[in-house]
Structures are given as structure tokens and as C-alpha cells.
Design a protein around this ligand. Structure first.
Ligand code: SF4
Ligand code: SF4
Length: 387
């Protein structure tokens, strides 16, 4: 019982292999150990008493945690939960997460420190002190010197702001506030503590840190108003707080969370009729972030919200992961690059000029490869408000 995983969860895999073609690491390597089935088999062995050795750590660590396998699995194996549990045990029982690998995660929950580090990075970029290899590996955008202030527009909903997105892509939050207002609602901004959802900590196995951040986020947005999220990864994390914390309060909080497209889709008529000549004159391919498609399962709402404003083109890769995976692209640059190469081929085949992505990690990673990536809300805002 060393992995402390639920035996029923582990036993639910019948080894059919239907998930294998949907696993990005298996597609690249062809190795069973890099497949969902192989990883579950390794978890079972450790659960039965095999050692937590380096090979097991590598098998777990190479997983992008995209959860494409969950969508494909006919037996409803909760792979995300299994992988989070395995990594939590590795972090607690082995040297999987030494202090120096935990430091960047600690920064995420301290907004002022992150903003300060971003300002220093912006200066270093302008002085050409940041090597291109580092920029490419981290998928760094042109960092802002300072943050434009955001202002609440009402109390109908909360707009969750988060950490990296609020620091590097705050203009999308500003666009979200305008689009929410155009749909007839006003948005509040989170109080102290609403600056990191803990998703990256959970993926890294840092369970206590993720729970601490979840408690802070819940306290930052009290009441009953819906919580609207414009980052797919953060939205998936907030919707899982009931499971993460295991309290009725956390379950009630999680039930208030909606991805912004999920919130907008039934209200899109409120935005007004858009004449054909006002639509964006570029074809837009929709990239489904894994945490929108496989975890929240609200990727169709993006199309509903976006379709009055742009001509949408579908990619032909059945939503295969782009390789960003939160911090994955920085930790496994070669594998992430090979996974991304397949996504880039699909984008090229589509002939689209612009790619819409509702997750900051995917956007940064695809943009680092030269793709013109925009958040769907930015595109809607551009048509509505000419920005
Ligand atoms: S989460 Fe993604 S990378 Fe990991 S096993 Fe499942 S499909 Fe493969
Ligand atoms: S995880 Fe699901 S799809 Fe994959 S081998 Fe197991 S039962 Fe089959």
C-alpha cells in the first residue's frame, strides 16, 4: 500500500489499450512504459510492494498529465487521480522534489514576488541578457515591465485572476471584464489569496501546498456568485477543490466555478448580432487545451461563444495534447517539443492563420514555436470593441 492509491481505481483498468493512441508520450516513444496502461501497471506493482525506484519515477514523471487517456477509456479509469496520488507519494517519500525544484512553485503563490521577478526578467530581455534557448525552453513571452490595473465592474460574478496569467497576460483578463460586461454582467476581482489555484503544485505532487492555496482561493471569493475562469488549467483545478479538500464547503465552492466560455455560451445572444463584415477576416483554428477538453469537457462552449465572431477551422488531430503541460515543457523540453511538432503539423494542415487557445501554458508554448495564438476572449473583444 506504499502508493496509497485506491485499489478499486487501480483495478478499474482492464488493460484493453484503447487509450494508447490518445497518449502523446506513447505516440512519440511507442514504449508501453510511456503509455497509460504501462503506467497503471507500474503503479500496481509498487502498490503491491515493488520499490519506488528511479525507473518508476521516470515513468510517472514523463506523463504530461493531459488526461487524454481518461476521455478515451471505456472503463472510466480515473487516471488523473491515480497520477496525482502517485506523484504525491513520490514527493513525500523520495527525492523527487528536492527543495531547489520546489522553489519556482513557491513563487507562484506570492504575487508581488512574481511581479517583481517578471519586471527583472523584462529588463533582462530588453538588454538581451536572456539567451534564446531559455526563452524557447520556458516559452517566455515579451514580459511586461508593469501591470495595467484591473478594475471590478460589478458583483454578478467573480473573475478569477491567478498567478502567471495575471502577471504575463493580464490584457486577457481586461478583455474578459469587457466581454462579461457586454453580456450584461459585472465582475468582482478576488481579494487577497486569489493569486494561485495550486494546479501546478498538485501536478508536481506537492499536495499540502496545493491544499493551502485552495483554502486561500476559497477565502478570496466568498458568497454565492458564480466564479468565472479564463484559464483552462485554473478552472479545472478550482472545479476539483471538493475532491482536493474533501469538505462540503470546498464542494459548494467548486460547484460555483465555470469556465468563461461555459458561462458565455448561453449568453452569446446578449453580445448582439455581428454583421458578416465585422467578423475577423482570418480563419481561426481552435486548439482545445487538455484541461478544457478532457477534464472540464466544455471545449464545445468555446466554439459556441466564438462562432458569431470568427470563421472557425477544426484541427484533425482529435484534440491531441500540445506538450505544454503546465511546467512540463520546461522540465521535459525534448519530449514536449516532439509532442508539439505533431500539433504544429495539424495547424499547418488546417491552413488557419490564427490559433485560439484558452490556456496560458498552451498559448505560450505554441507562440514560442512561431504560432499566432490568441485567447478566444481576446478575439471576441477585438470584434466587439475594436481592440
Ligand atoms: S495523462 Fe496524457 S501523457 Fe499521461 S498517460 Fe494519460 S494520455 Fe498519456
Ligand atoms: S486505462 Fe482504460 S483504455 Fe487504457 S488500458 Fe486501462 S481500461 Fe483500457
Amino acid at each position: 500500500m506504499i502508493l496509497q492509491l485506491d485499489d478499486d481505481d487501480l483495478a478499474s483498468c482492464v488493460s484493453c489499450g484503447l487509450c494508447l493512441p490518445h497518449c502523446p508520450t506513447y505516440r512519440v516513444t511507442g514504449d508501453e512504459s510511456a503509455s497509460p496502461r504501462g503506467r497503471i501497471a507500474a503503479m500496481r506493482q509498487v502498490q503491491a510492494g515493488a520499490p519506488l525506484d528511479g525507473a518508476f519515477t521516470e515513468f510517472m514523471d514523463l506523463c504530461v498529465q493531459c488526461r487524454g487517456c481518461e476521455s478515451a477509456c471505456p472503463s472510466a479509469v480515473p487516471f488523473g487521480r491515480l497520477m496525482e496520488g502517485a506523484r504525491a507519494t513520490l514527493a513525500a517519500e523520495t527525492s523527487y522534489r528536492p527543495w531547489w525544484r520546489r522553489m519556482p512553485f513557491a513563487l507562484l503563490g506570492h504575487h508581488r514576488l512574481l511581479a517583481g521577478a517578471t519586471g527583472i526578467g523584462a529588463i533582462a530581455q530588453r538588454l538581451h541578457l536572456v539567451p534564446r534557448s531559455v526563452t524557447r525552453r520556458l516559452g517566455l513571452p515579451k514580459l511586461p515591465f508593469r501591470q495595467e490595473p484591473l478594475a471590478a465592474t460589478g458583483t454578478d460574478v467573480w473573475l478569477f485572476t491567478g498567478c502567471v496569467m495575471d502577471t504575463w497576460q493580464r490584457s486577457t483578463h481586461a478583455a474578459a471584464l469587457r466581454v462579461i460586461e457586454a453580456a450584461g454582467a459585472g465582475a468582482s476581482l478576488p481579494g487577497p489569496g486569489g493569486d494561485c489555484c495550486g494546479a501546478l503544485h498538485l501536478h508536481a505532487g506537492l499536495l499540502d501546498d496545493a491544499r493551502h492555496l485552495a483554502e486561500r482561493v476559497m477565502a478570496s471569493m466568498p458568497g454565492d456568485a458564480p466564479i468565472v475562469v479564463d484559464s483552462a488549467g485554473c478552472g479545472a483545478a478550482l472545479k476539483d477543490y471538493g475532491h482536493l479538500l474533501g469538505t462540503p464547503e470546498a464542494a459548494r465552492f467548486a460547484a460555483r466555478v465555470q469556465d468563461i466560455h461555459e458561462w458565455l455560451a448561453p449568453r452569446v445572444a446578449e453580445l448582439g448580432w455581428v454583421p458578416a463584415e465585422a467578423r475577423l477576416p482570418r480563419d481561426v483554428a481552435v486548439h482545445d487545451p487538455c484541461h478544457l477538453r478532457h477534464v472540464q469537457k466544455v471545449h464545445q462552449h468555446v466554439r459556441t461563444a466564438l462562432s458569431p465572431f470568427v470563421n472557425i477551422i477544426e484541427l484533425d488531430d482529435e484534440g491531441l495534447c500540445c506538450g505544454a503541460g503546465g511546467a512540463y515543457s520546461a522540465l521535459h523540453p525534448e519530449m514536449a517539443g516532439e509532442i508539439r511538432a505533431r500539433k504544429l503539423e495539424a495547424i499547418a494542415r488546417s491552413g488557419a492563420h490564427v490559433v485560439a487557445s484558452a490556456n496560458p501554458g498552451c498559448s505560450l508554448f505554441l507562440a514560442a514555436a512561431g504560432v499566432d495564438v490568441r485567447h478566444p476572449i481576446d478575439l471576441i473583444d477585438e470584434v466587439l470593441h475594436g481592440r
